[in-house]
Design a protein around this ligand. Structure first.
Ligand SMILES: *[C@@H]1O[C@H](CO)[C@@H](O)[C@H](O)[C@H]1NC(C)=O
Length: 344
């Protein structure tokens, strides 16, 4: 007989330990079971079909859209329309797009689908480079891209090249070799390629300013620019301007992110774009009120299923409500082209 097994102190300790473990185990399990809401709505988490069908994120263009993904797609189309991409002579050429702030891949797909569906005026080919700052977004975007065959998306148009990168688009000097060489390929095959920088609903986040990416696009990459952005109203009072700037900083924008249309034009010209080519369209009336109404509707609908929209989106609803009511901040689409001599 092993001596410590017959030691009464050891046996007592063993039992005490086992009993304590049992009490803690039973306690925690009953706590978990009792605290679970059996007859509530918590099981929505088990019923959501994953991956989520779309992960769009922009302010939306709400003139004829009720649902978020449609409104987001329509918002992107406003940019493409301002640049005359889908109807103009550009659609006959090959086209190369550097898309910054792409999110989770819906925008990428929509850009390529929209251009690829312009039959019979299809461009011969398209080259695409997309950049997002968040690796999780890049991963989702890549997964989305690979889960659907390319051909059905681009019709008869040839997809020359396609890349999605994770990088800070506001700091082009810090881009990796890989990104630079993907962009260099835009210059290789045909001189008739129209090259565009596309930035949808993201430039006001660019720190320290929009100018590094604009300069890089205009001077180094030979690209025109199309995008959407937020501008400060010329009639904003000092107090309104400060409130707008503080909101901007809380949204993660630099202090000077909101420019008046006039300053916006000046920065585009200083970056290398042609003044006469600049178009700035105010689309606020089809953006802010629709977005506010949608956020309200979604909040109510989610609440019925026991889900909270959360404080971030509730705050956003108030902010966009103020933008709509005060007109201090305008939602705009923007196009700026290179001077003709460099363009052709
Ligand atoms: C990227 O997004 C994910 C999901 O929202 C988040 O958890 C992560 O912190 C983000 N990463 C960066 C670098 O912002």
């Amino acid at each position: 007989m092993i001596s410590w097994l017959s030691d009464p102190g050891f046996l007592a300790g063993l039992f005490a330990g086992a009993a304590a473990t049992l009490v803690i185990l039973v306690g925690s399990i009953s706590f978990l079971i009792l605290s679970r809401d059996h007859y509530g709505l918590d099981h929505w988490k088990l019923n959501v079909q994953l991956p989520v069908r779309s992960m769009w994120m922009n302010m939306g263009y709400w003139r004829s859209s009720e649902e978020f993904p449609q409104a987001c797609r329509a918002y992107l189309h406003q940019i493409l329309a301002t640049a005359d991409i889908l109807t103009g002579p550009d659609s006959l050429r090959s086209i190369a797009i550097l898309d910054v702030g792409i999110g989770c891949g819906d925008q990428t797909r929509a850009v390529i689908e929209s251009i690829g569906s312009q039959s019979p005026r299809l461009p011969a080919s398209l080259a695409y480079v997309g950049i997002t700052i968040n690796q999780t977004q890049q991963r989702l975007a890549l997964r989305k891209w690979h889960s659907e065959p390319v051909k059905s998306r681009s019709g008869g148009m040839k997809l020359d090249s396609f890349h999605l990168f994770c990088a800070d688009a506001s700091k082009p000097h810090a881009w990796s070799e890989e990104i630079q060489s993907a962009l260099n390929k835009f210059n290789e095959p045909k001189q008739c390629t129209r090259k565009w920088l596309l930035a949808s609903d993201c430039l006001y986040h660019f720190s320290p300013s929009r100018q590094p990416i604009w300069q890089h696009a205009a001077r180094n990459l030979g690209m025109n620019f199309m995008g959407s952005d937020l501008c400060l109203s010329e009639t904003a009072t000092l107090r309104q301007t400060i409130v707008a700037r503080v909101i901007g900083v809380l949204m993660g924008c630099p202090w000077n992110a909101f420019l008046t249309e006039e300053d916006y034009r000046e920065q585009l010209v200083a970056s290398g774009f042609e003044r006469a080519s600049i178009i700035i369209n105010d689309i606020s009336d089809d953006v802010f009120p629709g977005l506010v109404a949608f956020l309200e509707k979604q909040d109510k609908a989610l609440a019925e299923s026991g889900i909270s929209l959360g404080p971030g989106f509730r705050l956003a609803r108030r902010v966009f409500g103020w933008f709509a009511a005060s007109s201090v901040i305008k939602a705009v689409t923007v196009v700026a082209k290179l001077p003709k001599s460099k363009d052709d």
